[in-house]
Design a binder for this molecule. Structure first.
Ligand SMILES: [Zn+2]
Length: 185
């Protein structure tokens, strides 16, 4: 990510983005209401409270989605991530967290029928506009290869060429990249 010029630009612009993100609500409150009181109220609710809610949704995904919910997809050993539907809308699809940890490179986390994933919809639009390329979308075969089922629970320990018994071989096949690079954590 450090090598990506776009990511570096976003990182550099972060302080300015924060300022704009708080100044805009303040300005809107001032323009609409015309008083300090309305400007500060808009800053509070559309600025500070909005940021606080966003942060708590992020933290909820990384706490609740490791405790409550379903685990339809295989993940690495000791990875207890879950899919938690009540958070799907407010987390823009991030709460399909079990799927995300099972296949971190996949653009859609809510890959099963009826699972709302707003982030995936945005990526799809960006792809149509030509702003996103080489997007990894789930296919039925790709999903099925990761799905847990009878006899397909935790990755079984396998014997590696060196003779060391470990569960890492099959686990790393399921997670080509470490899930710790989560966009939302
Ligand atoms: Zn996580």
């Amino acid at each position: 990510m450090v090598a990506d010029p776009a990511m570096r630009a976003v990182s550099t612009a972060f302080p300015a983005l924060c300022a704009v993100s708080l100044t805009l609500p303040f300005a809107a409150g001032w323009l609409i209401g015309g008083t300090w009181r309305t400007a500060l109220a808009a800053l509070l609710w559309a600025g500070l409270v909005r940021v606080a809610v966003l942060q708590h949704v992020t933290w909820s995904v990384n706490s609740l989605c490791h405790v409550f919910g379903s685990r339809p997809f295989a993940t690495r050993r000791h990875d207890r991530t879950t899919n938690l539907w009540p958070l799907a809308l407010v987390s823009f699809g991030e709460s399909w967290h079990n799927m995300h940890h099972s296949d971190p490179a996949c653009a859609r986390h809510g890959a099963d029928r009826g699972q709302v994933d707003i982030s995936a919809a945005v990526i799809r639009i960006f792809e149509r506009l030509g702003w996103a390329t080489n997007v990894h979308w789930p296919t039925p075969a790709r999903l099925d290869s990761r799905r847990r089922g009878p006899g397909r629970g935790e990755p079984e320990p396998t014997l590696q060429p060196g003779g060391r018994r470990t569960g890492q071989a099959s686990a790393s096949r399921l997670s080509p990249r470490p899930a710790d690079g989560d966009r939302i954590r």
